[in-house]
Design a binder for this molecule. Structure first.
Ligand code: FAD
Length: 256
């Protein structure tokens, strides 16, 4: 008590109260400017479908609103989410999907989904209407990305396997300090199957992705490159065999 009554003691208290006030103000300022992350790795969260755009007979873009207009999804680059729905028999189904948006897209995220006639989760997406909610959990995945971690990426994508490549490429191109080179080989059954394609005529190659195509279009084996692959299982298997035969060490490869 004696301490409080001295002028020195009052000064200390004044400084202490001032520091607490600055701390509280900084906390509120920081917490109000830091975007709220929506994903939870342990629990499914539901997100409202605000727009469904049909891109072709079996592909649609789904735009989901985040919990507030200033929230971000909170998905590291190249990782994916688990989506939960019901198949045509009413059974629960959970499948992985990679948003084509990044955390620089505030307030929403988008999925580009190819819907297969007999696909279980495809059924759920086909039936979804604007205003419906989708259960989502994440982030999931082993891929880690830091700008400049490699000199160049070679990307081997098939069908809907383009979505993680699209996300990584977008992150690189939108960062002016990121000089990573990207080489993409994207395989589809028909021209109509190409997801996220620019609206122009096809002038690319035809046939299965061969060793020669990889040699021509991808960076040669080196410790500072990485070849990413994502496609249907038979394509992934064929690409793994090609890469091994061309001398790409396991640490130069990643499969989403
Ligand atoms: C990391 C990751 C990210 C993914 N991101 C996306 C995405 O952004 N958009 C998207 O549309 N899909 C994506 N997929 C694929 C997705 O998870 C499902 O496999 C796909 O939607 C089919 O699920 P389904 O339950 O409808 O079909 P299923 O009931 O599993 O299968 C139905 C039929 O389709 C065939 N089939 C299943 N998957 C494929 C395929 N990939 N290619 C060719 N044939 C197939 C099966 O052989 C079967 O005949 C991703 C997969 C992974 C592993």
């Amino acid at each position: 008590m004696e301490f409080l009554e001295t002028s020195e003691g009052q000064l200390y208290i004044g400084v202490g109260v001032g520091l607490i006030a600055v701390g509280v103000a900084a906390y509120f300022l920081f917490s109000s400017t830091k975007p709220k992350v929506c994903l939870d790795p342990e629990n499914f969260k539901d997100f409202k479908l605000v727009k469904k755009t049909q891109l072709s007979h079996n592909v649609a873009k789904f735009k989901f609103a985040l919990h507030t207009p200033t929230s971000v999804l909170g998905l590291p680059i190249g990782q994916h989410i688990s989506c939960r729905g019901k198949d045509s028999q009413g059974e629960e189904v959970i499948k992985p999907y990679t948003p084509t948006t990044l955390d620089s897209d505030v307030g929403y995220f988008e999925l580009v989904i190819k819907m297969y006639p007999q696909g279980r989760m495809s059924h759920h997406f086909r039936e979804m209407r604007e205003g419906d909610y989708l259960d989502v959990k994440g982030p999931k995945g082993r891929f880690k990305y830091q700008p400049g971690q490699v000199r160049a990426f070679g990307m081997l994508a098939g069908g809907s396997g383009i979505t993680p490549m699209f996300q990584v490429t977008r992150a690189i191109l939108e960062n002016p300090n990121d000089k990573t080179k990207v080489h993409l080989i994207y395989a589809n059954v028909t021209h109509e199957d190409i997801l996220l394609k620019p609206p122009e005529e096809w002038s690319g190659g035809v046939g299965f992705v061969s060793k020669e195509m990889i040699q021509t279009h991808c960076p040669a084996p080196a410790p500072d490159i990485q070849i990413l692959r994502c496609g249907p299982p038979p394509m992934n298997k064929a690409m793994a065999a090609h890469l091994e035969a061309l001398g790409y060490a396991p640490e130069m490869q990643f499969q989403f």
